[in-house]
Write a protein that binds this ligand. Structure first.
Ligand SMILES: [Fe+2]
Ligand SMILES: [Fe+2]
Length: 193
C-alpha cells in the first residue's frame, strides 16, 4: 500500500480503541502539526506559486480535520489533552538531508511530508477496517482518502521541483528507512504509536 514496506498489525486498532480519548487527542494534534508543516513549507518556498496555492488548501483541510476531531472529543464528553509528542515523526525528521543544496533539503522536506501522509493513510485504513465504533470507522475511512491525496500531492511536488535530486531513488530510501523504523511501533494508542 503506497509503497510502504511494512503494514500495521490490525491488533493495533484494538489498542487504539481501548483508549479513545487518548487516540483522539493524539490524532487532533497530528492534524494540527500537518497544517503547521504545510504553512512552514509555504513560508520557506514562496517562490513556487503552485505549491503555495495547493499547500494553502491542504493547511485549511488539515485544520478542518482538527476541527472535526475536537468536535468528536467534545460530543463524547472527552477532553482534548495537551499536545502529544510524536516520536515516530521525530525519528523520521532525522532522515531529512540538511547538508546538501537548498533544493536537496526542500525535496527531502516534501518526501518527509509524503512519508507521514502515507503512513497516516495506512493507519486510518487499519482503524476504519477494525474498530467496532461505526461513527469513527466512517470518519477514519474519509480521512484515509484525504491523506492519500495529500501523499500524492507531496510526492508530485518533489518530482516537479527537483533540480539535483533523483526523486525515485531517494523515495525508495525513505521507504526503506521508514520500513525499519515502523517495526518499533504499533504498540501504543497514538496514530503513529
Ligand atoms: Fe489530515
Ligand atoms: Fe494530510
Amino acid at each position: 500500500m503506497l509503497g510502504l514496506k511494512l503494514l500495521t498489525d490490525p491488533r493495533w486498532a484494538n489498542i487504539a480503541e481501548s483508549n479513545l480519548e487518548e487516540i483522539l487527542t493524539d490524532h487532533a494534534w497530528c492534524e494540527q502539526k500537518a497544517a503547521s508543516n504545510a504553512i512552514s513549507l509555504i513560508t520557506q518556498n514562496s517562490e513556487h506559486q503552485g505549491l503555495v496555492h495547493e499547500l494553502t488548501a491542504i493547511a485549511i483541510e488539515e485544520m478542518q480535520h482538527f476541527q472535526q476531531v475536537i468536535e468528536i472529543i467534545k460530543r463524547r464528553g472527552y477532553t482534548l489533552g495537551r499536545e502529544r509528542k510524536d516520536d515516530y515523526v521525530n525519528q523520521l525528521m532525522k532522515f531529512i538531508k540538511r547538508d546538501g543544496s537548498r533544493n536537496t533539503a526542500f525535496i527531502d522536506r516534501l518526501l518527509f511530508a509524503a512519508m507521514i501522509e502515507a503512513r497516516s493513510c495506512e493507519r486510518f485504513r487499519v482503524l476504519s477496517k477494525n474498530i467496532k465504533d461505526k461513527e469513527l470507522a466512517t470518519f477514519y475511512h474519509d480521512l484515509m482518502v484525504s491523506e492519500a491525496n495529500h501523499y500524492t500531492t507531496f510526492l508530485n511536488f518533489a518530482r516537479r521541483y527537483t533540480i539535483d535530486v533523483d526523486v525515485e531513488k531517494r523515495w525508495k530510501q525513505w521507504l526503506d528507512f521508514e520500513g525499519e523504523l515502523i517495526k518499533s511501533y504499533g504498540k501504543k494508542e497514538h496514530i503513529h504509536g
